[in-house]
Design a protein. Structure first.
Length: 365
């Protein structure tokens, strides 16, 4: 989500069902804004739907209208890329900011917004720090510190998850909580904690905008379930040659969905490299499917991270045809296939990946 983890998380589109509309009023004062500059509220999803429009006069504006339900809306002001996030409900919301620093606007008047800000204060530092560590881990300048940086990142991740579970239990009736669950899932791609955390939510919260989002992800996780045959696909490699999943039959294959711009993906890459080097002689390989949108950063990341396996991409970003086929809504994600193409494990990370490969490949000569 742009407001929280700008490096990679992309909100999947959830069609809003017919619900009672909510009247909202946002009053703002933005010093330094251009006279008659357009200002509007956009629902934070890929469609970027505009809900309410207005103009700034003498540094002030009012946005009055209706929204379909409580959710995060982005305040968009003409002339700047900065867009503060507001968790809107039926309350009168007040915004005070300077045009040059909109992202640190003071937003008051809504209990949900207050809870949202409290959530951000608690968890944004963790997401930000893990993101920074991911970038350092994959930077050549930090090559001799990778192991220690990985240990710090894993320790922070454990601390984050423990703190999040306490928050979820204490706030299972808050509309903010499914947002946290989504962020955790986007980072760690662990279906079991996702199901457990979603089950802990109050019934009404499960039906909220972000609750329905979680429900959709849980449903999509059943696509490509363990025990099923992985859907076949063909996509071009780094040289433009078509490569099919079917062509890997006879090998154990880890189909890895990633991208050069994805911090957690890059942070996990050293672990994948280690696994590949250790087991490539035992009928194992990795097949990378990238959600990049430009070839140069994709190739650059492959070289920097020393990913010596086959890589595929159609450079369509989140519209990657294979990612859509596999219902990929966030990355990293992976699927481990046996020689017959059957999925035998999903989303293996760190030591868990090594343990699984050791279990199934230890008997191979």
């Amino acid at each position: 989500m742009r407001y929280c983890i700008g490096f990679f998380i992309f909100l999947i589109f959830i069609s809003t069902t017919l619900r009672a509309q909510i009247n909202i009023l946002v009053k703002g004062e933005i010093k330094g804004a251009k006279e008659n500059a357009a200002v509007s509220l956009h629902l934070d999803n890929p469609a970027n739907e505009v809900l309410v429009k207005g103009i700034i006069q003498k540094g002030k504006f009012e946005l009055k209208g209706v929204i379909p339900e409580p959710a995060i809306y982005m305040l968009v002001v003409e002339g700047t890329q900065q867009s503060p996030a507001i968790f809107l409900d039926a309350a009168v919301v007040k915004v005070k900011a300077h045009f040059d620093s909109l992202n640190i606007a003071t937003i008051t008047g809504s209990i949900l917004q207050k809870d949202f800000q409290s959530y951000r204060n608690q968890f944004d530092p963790y997401f930000f720090r893990i993101d920074q560590l991911g970038k350092q881990i994959n930077a050549p300048a930090y090559a001799n510190k990778r192991d220690s940086l990985l240990q710090i990142a894993r320790s922070l991740a454990e601390e984050l998850e423990a703190k999040a579970d306490v928050f979820i239990k204490a706030n299972n009736k808050s509309l903010i909580t499914p947002l946290l669950i989504y962020s955790l899932y986007s980072f760690f791609q662990q279906p079991d904690p996702l199901d457990r955390r979603f089950d802990a939510l109050d019934a009404a919260v499960k039906k909220s905008y972000y609750g329905r989002m979680m429900e959709k992800i849980i449903s999509e996780n059943k696509v490509g379930s363990i025990g099923s045959v992985a859907p076949d696909f063909t996509q071009t490699d780094t040289s433009g040659n078509p490569v099919s999943l079917q062509s890997f039959r006879g090998k154990y294959v880890l189909v890895d969905f990633w991208a050069s711009w994805c911090g957690p993906c890059r942070m996990e890459n050293p672990n994948l490299v280690q696994a590949f080097q250790k087991y490539k002689a035992k009928n194992f390989t990795v097949l990378g499917v990238s959600l990049d949108r430009a070839k140069e950063p994709w190739l650059q990341a492959i070289a920097q991270d020393q990913l010596q396996w086959t890589h595929l991409s159609d450079l369509k970003f989140w519209s990657n045809d294979v990612a859509r086929m596999y219902k990929i809504s966030s990355i990293p994600q992976n699927f481990l296939l046996d020689p017959e193409g059957k999925i035998i494990a999903k989303n293996l990370r760190g030591e868990e990946l090594h343990a699984k490969l050791e279990e199934i490949l230890s008997k191979n000569p």
